[in-house]
Ligand binder design. Sequence first.
Ligand SMILES: Cc1cc2nc3c(=O)[nH]c(=O)nc-3n(C[C@H](O)[C@H](O)[C@H](O)COP(=O)(O)OP(=O)(O)OC[C@H]3O[C@@H](n4cnc5c(N)ncnc54)[C@H](O)[C@@H]3O)c2cc1C
Length: 480
Amino acid sequence: MTAASPPRSLVWLRNDLRLRDNPALDAARREGPVVAVYCWCPAQWRSHGTGPRRMAFILRCLRALSADLAERGIPLRILMAKHFSEVPAGLQALARELGINALHFNAEYPVDEQQRDHSVQVLLEAHGVSVAVHHGAVLTPPGSIRTNAGKMPVVYSAFRRRWLARTQAGEGQPLALIPTQTWPVLNGKAMTSDPLPDPDDVDEALLADLWPGGENEALRRLRRFMEGPLVDYREQRDLPASPGTSRLSPYLAVGCLSPRQALAAAMRANHGRRSGGRPGPDAWINELLWREFYQHLTAALPQLSQGRAFKPETERLPWRDDPDALAAWQQGRTGYPLVDAGMRQLNAQGWMHNRLRMVCAMFLSKHLLLDWRQGEAWFMQQLIDGDFAANNGGWQWSASTGCDAVPYFRIFNPITQAQRFDADGAFVREWVPELKALPAPDIFEPWKAPVLAPDYPEPIVDHKAARARALAAFKSLAGR
Ligand SMILES: Cc1cc2nc3c(=O)[nH]c(=O)nc-3n(C[C@H](O)[C@H](O)[C@H](O)COP(=O)(O)OP(=O)(O)OC[C@H]3O[C@@H](n4cnc5c(N)ncnc54)[C@H](O)[C@@H]3O)c2cc1C
């Protein structure tokens, strides 16, 4: 520790709410005493579809971070800004107040965030503050994985192959926890942290039992997953009734955990390998790479953040307008037990199992022929792990409008999906109590069961007819 001195650099924390493996924070503290800032932008986030659950989760993570920073002698300043447009001037004023000469942050890749960051950079540099952009939310910086033609690979398997070839096994080790600094002094006084935002419309305790905030919680969950379910991940990951996945997505989305930390932990369990090791860790690393793929795509293709389909021809699909069907889907009352179980899990927990996200997304976009953007928005509103790149990627995959998406004719049958992945009906029984008394396989087609479930709705569409309608809609694109 050095004697108390004024701050020299500012780290702007965003989707990187952690002290470990945080490239921006690490670079900032190397320049001398560092101050952290967080911009609370509720109106902007709401316009991006972020719901109260995720805002509550961010607040919890911010509270934990503020305490962790204080232990390291780093004050946390809060900049209240309704919209991103207010951020550049706010940061510039703070930089002037602190007298710092460098700003560091980790990049965010959707368009509005990139434009905000560009404006910040231009303004601060014009005032003599250097700005350094780092990459803490990805394994490798977007733009670094390229085809021979120098383009971003738009097929996942090619992306993965090139990622494996480009990066070395020992490369990208997570950075260590930053050392403690002496609390910086400003105008002769020790600095303090700002109080955290206390918005009227966000209940910080929302879903706190299920999703406590903070880096330490993320690390605890990572350890528990590594010591338990990881080994059987490949067999268990598709079974929604099994606690077979890590449930780390909310922590990765707000950056309480970095993807490099996740990768390094998986490699330790995988004989140090990124692929070709043990089935469980291999399969989990593959999912981390899907996350990476969608982050890189978001950075490469601004049209994705502007609500456009990756495949432009699919903009001509004859999406239906059916508010009743949309509401039935949102509430988990479609009459298809696995779809309803998934949607109810989402509404209750702010999280849904990946297999069911695909089943429910395909049901909306194919069986109901409703615009995938309506589903994407509902998910974003409800999810505690809402992440633009993964959500958009997952929706466009399921709706067959996206990059390396499922072929339009491979439409998941919600009945056989249930028979396959919830064979004894345990998951449906947990989330759809109206069907509790039905044994498998009756529970998957309750309308055919000898004992009817009077409180449970009839299917809102017939699978075969809905499938035929979706196929016709996609085929019509070729004819025009
Ligand atoms: C329609 C749809 C919407 C989705 N929306 C989101 C979202 O908003 N936020 C989000 O984090 N994930 C989203 N996913 C991806 C995936 O469903 C979740 O990441 C996963 O279910 C989270 O559970 P877990 O942490 O237990 O995952 P694990 O199976 O333990 O996987 C580890 C991590 O890898 C990443 N990951 C896993 N699968 C995927 C995938 N298919 N695409 C991208 N990343 C993946 C996640 O960060 C996850 O935490 C979506 C998928 C679909 C099909």
